[in-house]
Ligand binder design. Structure first.
Ligand SMILES: Nc1ncnc2c1ncn2[C@@H]1O[C@H](COP(=O)(O)OP(=O)(O)OP(=O)(O)O)[C@@H](O)[C@H]1O
Ligand SMILES: [Mg+2]
Length: 235
C-alpha cells in the first residue's frame, strides 16, 4: 500500500551568514496510514524541521514530501491550506498558543477553518478540555496557566478537529508522570481509532511502549529504524 506520507531525499538547509546548516540532509522516510511512529534523536538532529516539512508548514531546499503520492510542492495554495486545516493536527514544541485568547478560544480556533458551526466548535472544544482535566481552566489565558496546562491546551487544539495525522513535538516534555501517562493514553486511543501519529520524544520508554516503529535521527540524517520492541536490529 502507498504510504500516507513519504519523503524522498529531503533536504532543508539554513544559511547563516557564510555558513550553511544542514538541518535535514537527504532524508527518505515513509509514514503509513494508521501507524504510530516515534522520532528519536538528540537536540538539533532535525526532528522539528522534519515535522514542519511533513505538515506543509515549511518548504524543502530540495527533495519531496508526498501526501498519498502527490507532492506537496505540486499543490495549489488552496489544497495545501486544506491539508493543514483539515488533515493535520500539530502539537508544537513551543505550544504556539494565542496569548490573548482563553484556553477554550485557543481550542475553538482549530475548528474555525473547517466548516464546524460555532455551537459545535464550543461544545467539542469544552469536551476536549474537560477530558484533559482542564474543565476549570477554560477561561484562563495561556499566561495564567502552568506549562503543563498550556501543553494540554495545545494537545486539545491539535486533536479537537479529528485530524488524519497528528504531529506531536514532545507533547509530554513539560508534564509530570501522571499527566504524561494521560496524554500518552489519549494518543494511543486516538491511534487505535485510526489516527496516524508521529511523535517526537526523548523518552525511549514511551517510544517503546506506544509506537509501532521508531526512526532515529542524527545530524539531520536518519540513522536507523526499528520496530518497537525489536531488539535493536535495524530494518
Ligand atoms: N530558522 C533556522 N535558522 C538556522 N538554523 C536553524 C533554524 N531552525 C533550525 N535550525 C538548525 O537546524 C538544526 C535542526 O533543528 P531542529 O529544530 O529541527 O532540531 P530538533 O531535533 O527539533 O532539536 P530539539 O530536540 O532541540 O528540539 C539545528 O542545528 C538548528 O540550530
Ligand atoms: Mg525540536
Amino acid at each position: 500500500m502507498e504510504p500516507y506520507l513519504q519523503t524522498v531525499s529531503l533536504c532543508r538547509y539554513y544559511r547563516r551568514g557564510p555558513h550553511e546548516v544542514k538541518a535535514l540532509d537527504n532524508v527518505s522516510v515513509a509514514v503509513n496510514k494508521g501507524e504510530y511512529l516515534a522520532l528519536l534523536g538528540s537536540s538539533g538532529s532535525g526532528k522539528t524541521t522534519l515535522l514542519n516539512l511533513l505538515a506543509g508548514l515549511d518548504t524543502p531546499t530540495s527533495g519531496t514530501v508526498a501526501l498519498e503520492g502527490s507532492p506537496l510542492t505540486g499543490m495549489s495554495r488552496r489544497e495545501l491550506s486544506a491539508y493543514r486545516a483539515r488533515k493535520v493536527g500539530m502539537i508544537f514544541q513551543s505550544f504556539n498558543l494565542i496569548s490573548h485568547y482563553t484556553a477554550l478560544q485557543n481550542v475553538e480556533a482549530a475548528l474555525l477553518f473547517n466548516g464546524t458551526p460555532p455551537a459545535e466548535r464550543r461544545r467539542a472544544s469544552a469536551a476536549m478540555l474537560e477530558s484533559l482535566g482542564l474543565a476549570d481552566r477554560m477561561t484562563h489565558r495561556p499566561g495564567d496557566l502552568s506549562g503543563g496546562e498550556q501543553q494540554r491546551v495545545a494537545v486539545a487544539r491539535a486533536v479537537v478537529k479529528r485530524p488524519e495525522i497528528l504531529f506531536a513535538d514532545e507533547p509530554t516534555g513539560n508534564l509530570d508522570y501522571d499527566n504524561s501517562r494521560s496524554i500518552a493514553g489519549l494518543l494511543q486511543s486516538l491511534n487505535a481509532g485510526g489516527l496516524t501519529v508521529v511523535l517526537v520524544t526523548h523518552n525511549h520508554e514511551m517510544a517503546q511502549e506506544y509506537a509501532h516503529r521508531t526512526v532515529r535521527m542524527q545530524y539531520g540524517r536518519v540513522t536507523g529504524t526499528d520496530l518497537a520492541g525489536a531488539t535493536g536490529g535495524a530494518l
